[in-house]
Write a protein that binds this ligand. Structure first.
Ligand code: ZN
Length: 235
């Protein structure tokens, strides 16, 4: 039985981290819904992975399927209109003069949480769950715990809602994220995450590694693969 009777809304991108958070939520909450965002991302493969992962997850884990409610896909294309990031345009992945990588999409998580908060109120959800992490991450300021704590307060005040943000991966590294998936759903879940989630910044689904698909060299692939190797080494 779940630990709490609440409904959680999981920010589910189709990547490894949010997929793990989805399993974490299904293990914990009585009802779980998912929300994704179409923000004009260059590589649509991540959105395609969402549907397949949800379908396979429900098929493999009937107990979780009973708690899994509808998936919501929201239009956040206004982010693309702001342009000039490596996630939305053909821009080199590099460190910028401001100390942030070009893969950082300014305002992305701030907007996502605002939209998710509004949707949560509509859906009667009291918990927002996100896969943000500040342990071994890309340095995005909107993935830090302090940012999420401030945004949680903003949502509580601005929506007049008892809404909390949970970020179960915030203080663990990528090896521990694989270990968490293993502890929640064993090999079936690890296999689903490996095969049907997407992390690679270049949208590469042609190269299959032990840790999943990707170019193997972009910052996102490096985080995912090094976490996998450390987890495998520690098993
Ligand atoms: Zn890659």
């Amino acid at each position: 039985m779940p630990e709490t009777p609440e409904t959680a809304l999981v920010l589910f991108s189709g990547g490894q981290d949010s997929a793990t958070c989805l399993a974490w939520s299904l293990d914990r909450y009585a009802r779980v819904e998912t929300v994704g965002f179409d923000y004009g991302q260059r590589h649509r493969v991540e959105l395609a992975c969402r549907d397949v992962f949800l379908e396979r997850l429900a098929a493999a884990f009937p107990g979780w399927a009973a708690r899994l409610g509808p998936d919501h896909l929201l239009d956040a294309a206004v982010l693309k209109s702001l342009g000039q990031t490596a996630m939305t345009e053909d821009v080199e992945i590099e460190m910028q003069a401001n100390g942030l990588p070009s893969t950082f999409v300014p305002g992305r998580n701030l907007l996502f949480f605002t939209l998710a908060g509004a949707l949560a109120v509509r859906r009667g959800a009291s918990v927002l769950v996100g896969g943000m992490c500040e342990t071994d991450y890309s340095g995005y300021p909107d993935c830090r715990a302090v940012t999420l704590m401030a945004q949680e307060k903003t949502l509580q005040l601005g929506l007049e809602a008892d809404l909390i943000i949970e970020a179960p991966l915030m203080h663990i590294d990528k090896a521990a994220t694989w270990a968490l998936a293993d502890s929640l759903g064993g090999d079936p879940l690890v296999d689903l995450i490996t095969e049907h989630t997407h992390t690679c910044y270049l949208g590469d689904r042609t190269h299959r590694h032990s840790w999943g698909y990707g170019c193997g060299t972009c910052p996102a692939c490096e985080l995912r693969s090094s976490g996998w190797s450390r987890w495998q080494g520690a098993r």
